[in-house]
Design a protein around this ligand. Structure first.
Ligand SMILES: [Zn+2]
Length: 215
């Protein structure tokens, strides 16, 4: 068959799509909806922490587009990569719980990014999602604080909702970005107090600041 005819037929039966990161129109999207070039440019983590990416370059752009650009569909793309990471590290849990936003921040943003990621991850891994934590007080942004200040900043800031028990469960705690882990730690402690056996965490990305502090 003539090449042009083959191409024409291929075009008829192929769905073109736009890459969610660079917007390029392409025939060949990766399994989570990015073009191959973007997929390869993502700064993946290869240690044993359950974060999909380093918080830099293409991964940071993807998370910012999702969180501040209100491109909510990106949650499922990120959740896809997070699920890959969980499977790679053989993570198991009975329930997925997102890190909560304070109600005033939730009103301002209109959605909790961690809940959106948790829902995507729950669908990928077939694990139920329970939005079971509340943020009791508005905490200062952690960006400019050091490790100890961060821990103090979030201490006592979270609680498990009254009607919820995590008795005997392994809980997968989900957030978008982890830096020192103080927020996840504060949430994890409350989940353990509510009866959980174990808490593991999964995030879309990890900042390199944490790496610096570990060294
Ligand atoms: Zn792309």
């Amino acid at each position: 068959m003539k090449d042009w005819l083959m191409n024409f037929i291929r075009e008829l039966f192929t769905t073109r799509d736009n890459c969610a990161l660079c917007g390029r129109h392409t025939l060949e999207l990766g399994k989570h909806g990015l073009c191959m070039a973007c997929e390869e440019s993502l700064p993946r983590l290869d240690d044993d922490s359950m974060a999909a990416f380093h918080y830099e370059d293409a991964a940071a752009k993807l998370i910012r587009d999702f969180k501040y650009g209100e491109k909510l569909w990106i949650a499922d793309i990120l959740a896809g990569y997070m699920a890959d990471r969980v499977r790679e590290l053989d993570g198991k849990a009975d329930v997925i719980v997102p890190v909560p936003l304070h109600s005033s921040r939730l009103r301002q943003r209109g959605f909790n990014q961690a809940l959106k990621l948790a829902e995507g991850l729950g669908r990928e891994l077939s694990i139920p999602v329970v939005d079971g934590l509340v943020r009791l007080r508005k905490t200062k942004t952690q960006t400019k604080l050091n490790h100890l200040e961060r821990e103090a900043n979030v201490r006592g800031a979270f609680k498990v909702k009254d009607e919820i028990s995590f008795d005997g469960m392994t809980v997968m705690l989900v957030d978008d970005v982890v830096t020192t882990g103080s927020t996840l730690k504060a949430c994890g402690e409350e989940i353990l107090k509510a009866g959980a056996d174990e808490v593991i965490w999964v995030t879309a990305a990890r900042t390199s600041e944490e790496k610096k502090e570990k060294e």
